[in-house]
Design a protein around this ligand. Structure first.
Ligand code: NAD
Length: 342
């Protein structure tokens, strides 16, 4: 039976793998997963779905125009969900080149390949085609103690990562305005959950705590982030893909603003309960303040009322439930952590 093909980029990363697992398990769509498997991409994150007949991996760089054209021509996807990116702010500070190449040149290349494909579609397929560009709230810069980002917030990116994602957002919107490509854009707050690469804050805290090593926290840990479980980000992306208005942007957030230091304490408390320290004491004793990241944005918070009101999306995982489940997941999946760190 012929099922709809959806082209997902970055489907072996943290959020992409959650999306691919969901699509293969819960829809009859065939997922064409374009992922060049950087340090952040791992087939192990797809679990049994990696070898499912409705999962096809194309191990290519998104800036490879020939390969992107070939993927569109061979699989004729009815939709694109573009998540591939260099995503780690600290890495962007020490090596920005690949952020420019993947996030900007790669997005441009994918948009051009999609435009060529779209131009050849029959009118009925054109009406259904969607290009969902997945982005971050970091493009908006930093907030002070009050206020929230909305779809109308002026762009003010501060790191090479956020500047490259901001460029990509502008390109995606321009391909809609200039060429009529049916683009949708999402800007989401910080995600957490299983399969997040072990150099990001939450897995780092768990890994250091389990190894009885100092848990590094930037400055005094006062920076505030708005946390959303990855499963809820996936449900929001699908809601936007299926019911969003072409040309529109949707801000996605967790309504869970937490200071970094409080987040670390929550994780330490769960670990104290589930895996007490061998020599006694609390895991919070391992917290060590380190000098701040250059240009560290103070606070991010998303007003996600547009997607709630217009598309009826709601998050389903509370911060407390999700964080506990995430710690439990890392405790039970140290083999995955060790495999991806090799
Ligand atoms: P990730 O770093 O975990 O995964 C990125 C994936 O893209 C990896 O599988 C990697 O191999 C692949 N990739 C990288 N460069 C590629 C290239 N040139 N060609 C093909 N594949 C390539 O990232 P993530 O945290 O899953 O983020 C996914 C998307 O969501 C990104 O666009 C990111 O900006 C956005 N986002 C992330 C968050 C978050 O909290 N993690 C929040 C909002 C938005």
């Amino acid at each position: 039976m012929l099922t709809m093909h959806v082209l997902v980029t970055g489907g072996c990363g943290f959020i992409g793998s959650a999306l691919v697992r969901h699509l293969v398990r819960n829809t009859d769509w065939t997922v064409v997963n374009v992922d060049c498997l950087t340090y952040a991409g791992h087939l192990e994150s797809l679990e049994e779905v990696a070898t499912h007949p409705r999962h096809l991996l194309i191990q290519k760089h998104i800036a490879d125009r020939e390969a992107m054209d070939a993927a569109f021509a061979e699989y004729q996807p009815a939709a694109v969900m573009h998540l591939a990116a260099e995503s780690h702010v600290d890495r962007s500070l020490t090596g920005p080149a690949e952020f420019i190449n993947t996030n900007i040149v790669g997005t441009y290349t994918l948009l051009e390949a999609a435009r060529t494909h779209y131009g050849k579609l029959a009118a009925s397929d054109k009406a259904k085609f969607r290009f969902l560009h997945v982005s971050t709230d970091e493009v908006f810069g930093a907030l002070g103690a009050t206020g929230q980002f909305t779809e109308e917030t002026r762009y003010d990116p501060h790191s090479p990562y956020s500047a490259s994602k901001a460029s990509a957002d502008h390109l995606a919107r321009a391909w809609n305005h200039s060429y009529g490509l049916p683009v949708l854009v999402t800007n989401c707050s910080n995600n957490y959950g299983p399969f997040q690469f072990p150099e990001k804050l939450i897995p780092v805290v768990i890994r250091k705590a389990l190894a009885e090593e100092p848990i590094p926290v930037y400055a005094r840990g006062e920076n505030v982030r708005d946390w959303l479980h990855v499963q809820d980000h996936v449900s929001a992306l699908l809601r936007v893909l299926e019911t969003g208005v072409i040309g529109e942007t949707y801000a996605i957030g967790g309504r869970a603003e937490v200071r970094n230091i409080d987040l670390v304490h929550v994780i330490c408390k769960v670990l104290d309960e589930l895996r007490p320290r061998p020599q006694g004491g609390t895991h919070a004793d391992l917290i060590t303040f380190v000098s701040d990241r250059p240009g560290h944005d103070f606070r991010y918070a998303i007003d996600c009322s547009k997607i709630e009101r217009e598309l009826g999306w709601k998050q389903s995982v509370t911060f407390e439930q999700g964080m506990r489940a995430t710690v439990e997941w890392y405790l039970g999946n140290q083999a995955w952590v060790n495999a991806v760190l090799k």
